[in-house]
Design a protein around this ligand. Structure first.
Ligand SMILES: O=C(O)CCC(=O)C(=O)O
Ligand SMILES: [Fe+2]
Length: 333
């Protein structure tokens, strides 16, 4: 399977014809795979580099400093630090746990840090001490704003590609309720990963509208091949001398809005491709930087009337984006 790589500048800086062609290709890639790679996505290279560096710096903090901003487990949007084993993505899909008696042992070998909109008063962010990690909070907040802008542009392209009214998707995403996440996968025993109880990340879909994903050069991200359900193919990191690539996937809220016309991309993080034949030793550290683009909390996460027809009746319940997120987040613990 070949994941399409699209040049997003055709939408942001192209002719009318190029805008339409890009938008249609984007919709097609999402229909086919739930995933796409974008180049010339408009995010400065430096922003992406600094976002990834923020991950390295945060996870290098002493355990005590990370635990000072620990996320409180529960249904509320995640804020701060989740230690290895804190959440179990295995519990998000019944395919992961079906017929197993060891469900509580199906762990992720991953720690992560989550933050919501800058200055969020509903679910306040938890920032580590400025003295311990200088500049972390302002950097994260400036990345947030740029990622949010990029996602709004992708929504505009989806409006064109799907034949929706201009602003009809964009308006549902304001004010911003997106979330950013830094992931760290510590070196992990290959034998442990082969044992079947622990994965770097279990197969799942994300909860928001779309997700932006940046990964280091280690690899291991895989998406489900829709032509062969249950099998996964690698989403390889871009080459160091090639253009900066951004992985984008469709998440649950968009699947709900489009009433299954565009389905969320199921993905997991596994042993890197280059180590598939290795049976002993450790997988190296891996870092990823994520942006979960989300609908405004009070917006409906039910299917949009445009996608509900006699032959495709509404498949989802009428709940708000926040209620949906809480329903899903609760499953993780
Ligand atoms: O680390 C990755 O590449 C993917 C992480 C992921 O799927 C997530 O945080 O939702
Ligand atoms: Fe994910």
């Amino acid at each position: 399977m070949d994941l399409p790589t699209l040049d997003f500048s055709h939408f942001t800086h192209g002719t009318d014809k190029q805008r339409v062609t890009l938008s249609e290709a984007l919709v097609q890639a999402f229909k086919d795979h739930g995933f796409v790679k974008l180049i010339n996505h408009g995010l400065p290279e430096e922003t992406v580099t600094k976002y990834m560096q923020a991950a390295t710096s945060f996870f290098a903090l002493p355990e005590e400093s990370k635990m000072r901003v620990a996320n409180v487990k529960g249904p509320t949007p995640q804020r701060g630090y989740s230690w290895v084993g804190a959440e179990q993505t295995s519990k998000l899909r019944k395919e992961n746990t079906l017929g197993r008696s060891d469900v509580d042992k199906l762990n992720d070998a991953r720690e992560h840090f989550d933050a919501g909109p800058p200055g969020d008063s509903d679910f306040p962010n938890k920032w580590p001490l400025e003295t311990e990690i200088p500049g972390f909070q302002p950097l994260m907040e400036s990345c947030y704003d740029l990622f949010q802008q990029t996602c709004l542009q992708i929504m505009s392209a989806m409006e064109v590609g799907l034949g929706l009214q201009p602003e009809s998707l964009v308006a549902r995403c304001k004010p911003a309720s997106s979330e950013m996440r830094l992931n760290h996968y510590p070196p992990t025993s290959i034998e442990l990963l082969a044992g079947g109880q622990v994965k770097r990340t279990w197969p799942h879909t994300d909860f928001g509208i779309i997700t932006l994903l940046f990964q280091d050069s280690v690899g291991g991200l895989e998406l489900e091949d829709r032509k062969n359900p249950g099998t996964f193919v690698p989403v390889l990191p871009g080459s160091a001398d090639g253009p900066s690539e951004m992985v984008v996937n469709i998440s649950d809220t968009f699947q709900r809005w489009t009433n299954n016309v565009i389905r969320a991309g199921t993905h997991q993080v596994s042993v890197p491709l280059s180590m598939k034949d290795v049976t002993k030793g450790n997988c190296p550290d891996r870092y990823s930087g994520i942006f979960f683009f989300k609908a405004h909390r009070d917006t409906s996460a039910g299917s949009l009337p445009y996608f509900v027809t006699e032959s495709n009746p509404a498949a989802y319940d009428e709940i708000t984006a926040l209620q949906f997120q809480q329903r899903m987040t609760k499953l993780l613990y």
